[in-house]
Design a protein around this ligand. Structure first.
Ligand code: CDP
Length: 252
């Protein structure tokens, strides 16, 4: 008999997903995304220029920043905020690569999309929630740039979602919370597009090397979860407002 999960979920069940549109009125778009108790604020802003090293290339860029806000974890994130830790750098690069993979950067032109993922509450899976939530904000931002006449066509080419899977007490589990993540023997973060192609896999076997077949089994567990997240992303975009209401109200 598999050990029941703390929150009563099945092994292949995602945490409940929530999405609130445009909590930040001055961003091009923003979403407040939650996966269970993990909560991330994802915003997208436009810089009408590209970084110096990309000037003259005809192509755009997207960069991502990630941070755990001070009270997002049981012990306040003080030093973490002051310096860019290795963990933070690794996560923001992962978010940036995953989101860039969804874009045709030439179609963006020489512009930069700046994505910020600020974690309000961390209960594991913050990098995967950041990618899944930020992709929704990105898709809305590009739609709005088209509506504003800034972009003639959308540079969006792929839908991207991310989730974690892991082995906990020998059992393969989807979408680990902290109680599971902190004692997982194997922990994988998986990023996939809507064609089921893998964009990123980050994996750690905490001192417990595992056979290749377990990796396949974990990816098989991740895929339906990633597809369910993509369905949630599409549902959110179907009800996306035309723009943030705070800015609209300020402008009128
Ligand atoms: O959040 P994610 O699973 O993407 O990354 P992690 O480095 O595997 O961290 C797992 C969890 O550990 C985080 O979501 C937090 O709940 C916790 N954590 C923390 O409390 N303080 C940190 N400095 C880093 C992680």
């Amino acid at each position: 008999m598999p050990t029941p999960r703390n929150d009563g979920r099945r092994a292949d069940e995602l945490r409940p997903v929530g999405l609130e549109w445009d909590p930040m009125g001055f961003a091009l778009s923003s979403v407040f995304f939650s996966a269970g108790r993990t909560r991330v604020l994802c915003s997208v802003c436009l810089d009408p220029e590209v970084p110096r090293w990309r000037r003259g290339s005809g192509s755009g860029w997207l960069s991502a920043e990630y941070r755990l806000l001070p009270a997002s974890t049981p012990s306040r994130q003080g030093r973490e905020l002051m310096k860019l830790s290795g963990r933070t750098q690794e996560i923001q690069r992962l978010i940036g690569r995953s989101l860039r993979a969804s874009l045709d950067l030439e179609a963006l032109g020489e512009r930069t999309l700046l994505v910020d993922c600020d974690v309000l509450q961390a209960d594991a899976g913050t990098r995967t929630a950041s990618i899944t939530g930020a992709w929704v904000a990105l898709a809305a931002a590009l739609e709005r740039l088209q509506q504003q006449g800034v972009l003639a066509a959308s540079p969006l080419r792929q839908q991207v979602s991310a989730v974690s899977v892991g082995l906990v007490d020998g059992q393969a589990l989807l979408d680990l919370d902290y109680s599971e993540d902190s004692r997982a023997e194997v922990d994988l973060n998986v990023v996939m597009d809507e064609q089921g192609r893998l964009l990123e896999i980050q994996g750690t076997a905490e001192g417990a090397p595992f056979p290749r077949a377990r990796l396949d089994a974990l990816l098989d567990l991740a895929e339906p979860g990633l597809r369910a997240l993509q369905e949630a992303q599409r549902q959110a975009l179907a009800v996306a407002p035309a723009g943030p209401s705070v800015v609209a109200a300020t402008r009128t």
